[in-house]
Design a protein around this ligand. Structure first.
Ligand code: SF4
Length: 137
């Protein structure tokens, strides 16, 4: 994977645009396994609870934890694999929280060359998009 050390910021933004356009999830589960918080809203929890056949309170008790005043369904110390199944699919995929739906369009991943490179090495979907863009040049 190559793009120059001195890649100007505006070119990185163009790279981001092209990568996001070409991104196709390869179902590695790497984004779900990464260290971090998966925050959920009350409506998120309500929908997930209904989907799993649970009352909201039972869902919160079973899956959620309060962190910094927010509910999370996963954190480094609480259900770190979240709802990820052995086949790398999410058991609440259709109702996953917004941050999961937004991936890989998270601002912090596109801040600079290093953060983009780190994500390319972590996410096979982004790597595949990068290879397709490189091959078309
Ligand atoms: S809710 Fe599903 S998609 Fe989101 S991090 Fe958890 S397992 Fe992954």
């Amino acid at each position: 994977m190559t793009f120059p050390l001195n890649t100007p910021f505006e070119n990185l933004q163009e790279l981001k645009k092209q990568l996001l356009e070409k991104f196709e999830c390869q179902k590695s589960g790497n984004c779900c396994r990464r260290e971090g918080m998966v925050y959920v809203t009350i409506p998120d929890m309500q929908k997930m609870a209904t989907f799993l056949g649970l009352q909201l309170n039972a869902f919160i008790q079973q899956f959620c934890k309060r962190e910094n005043g927010w509910y999370v369904v996963a954190s480094p110390t609480h259900r770190p694999n979240c709802f990820l199944k052995d086949d790398n699919t999410c058991s609440v995929y259709a109702l996953r929280p917004k941050s999961c739906k937004d991936y890989p369009n998270w601002p912090e991943l596109w801040e600079n060359r290093e953060s983009i490179l780190a994500e390319l090495s972590m996410c096979p979907g982004l790597k595949k998009a990068f290879d397709r863009i490189s091959a078309s040049k």
